[in-house]
Design a protein around this ligand. Sequence first.
Ligand SMILES: [Zn+2]
Length: 111
Amino acid sequence: MTASAAVFGVAATEEGDDADCPGVSPHPAVPRPGRTKLWWIEESLGRGRVVAHTCACQMTSYELVRCGGLYQFRRHALARHDVPPVSWTARWWRREEAYAWWRRLLAGQAR
Ligand SMILES: [Zn+2]
């Protein structure tokens, strides 16, 4: 059975190749030079519910997670020396502010 090898072959393609992309969730724009740098930590507010997410076909994907009345971003990254596989924004926000930051993240204005 060589199916698993074929699957890994597809997974190893470059970012930007849309072979694995379901084309449903947004892809964040390339970060802009003057973007706001978000501070990422490895602790979360607690168990939460994902209310928005970016496309999982990307090397790095983001989720907007609601925990009670507060929101945090969660980032999933492929293992790199400088980025943990899962991290969270050190800041958390109330709803309106959280969605404003989410739009900035998608627009490449915050990352
Ligand atoms: Zn995609």
